[in-house]
Every structure is written in C-alpha cells, then in structure tokens.
Write a new protein. Sequence first.
Length: 196
Amino acid sequence: MTNDFGQLLDGAARTALPVVRGVAQTQLGAPTPCDEYDVRALLNHLFNVVVGFQALAARGTADFATTPDRLGDDDWRARFAEETARLVEAWSAPDALEGTSQGMGLPQRTVGEMALGDLTVHAWDLARATGQDFTPYAPSVPVLNEGLAALAPMARKMNVFGEPFPLPSGASPFEEVLAVTGRDPGWSPPGLAAPA
C-alpha cells in the first residue's frame, strides 16, 4: 500500500521527465529563471535534490553542501529518470510522511512537499530556459500553493526563495506558486519569447 503523496510525486515526475529529456547538450550553458544557475548547474542541483530526498523519505540525512557534476556522460538523462523513480518509490512508502525528518528537523510531509516543489518548479525553470512547453501535474498545484506559501518565510531567510513576485489579478494557481518563490511567471531568456 502506498500513500496519496506518492501519487502526487509520480505525477510531477511524469511532467518533469520529458523536459529533462528535451534539454540539448548545446543548451547546458543557457540562463535560467534562477539567476545563480545556468541549465547545467540547475540540472545538477535538481539531480542532487532527487538523490538526497530519497534518503530523507526514510528519515535519513542528505548532504546538500556540495553539488557533484552528474552530467559527465551521455547517459545522464536515463540516470535522472532512474533516480526520479527511486524518489517516487521512497515517498510512496506507507510511513514516509510520518514523524519528523532527522535531516531537516521538519515534519516529514513538509519535507515531501519540498521535493514536490523542487521537481515541479525546476521543471518549469528548465522548460522556460530551453524553449519547451510545461504544464504542471494539476493535482499537485493546490498542495504546492499551500505548502510553499507556508515555507516561504523560512525559505527567504535562507535565500532559497526571492521576494514574492507581484502578479496581476486573474493569475493562475500555478503562477501563484511560481510567484511565491520569487519567480516571474513571464520569464524567458534573452531572444526567446515566453510560451503563451
């Protein structure tokens, strides 16, 4: 038996994987909505998150102090898919959301929502950076809206989120998710128009 959260993470993975597979080697130096990351650095960051949060699902620890380069060969897309499947499996365990994270000192559900947020928002970052379409897994959006809003004050103190991006009235729920992290939902790289 799995928990419902595993289904959310599986849906997020199924929307993120085509974006990762669609990144061309020639695009690895391109800018992303995350000022401190180009596409290569963002892929390595996301890889590190996917691997590290596997251990956190079992209330273990993870080292995010360094980010190894995992894109050194042509198999990195397949390896990312394999590691993402392991992430989904880990967070699908019946007790994955119970208790407090040893590695983070936060409720396990909050840690799981962080993994869901990284996989979803960074997939959008990569899609925008590389001119791909991206539609988030719809059932995860309200969970992220609530969860990331609650995390935002701490995340801003840690310089993980920027200040909330101002949105016009009528913004979509996913645009609200992006904005709470400090992202401009209309971002596009220089010379590349944002998808409509």
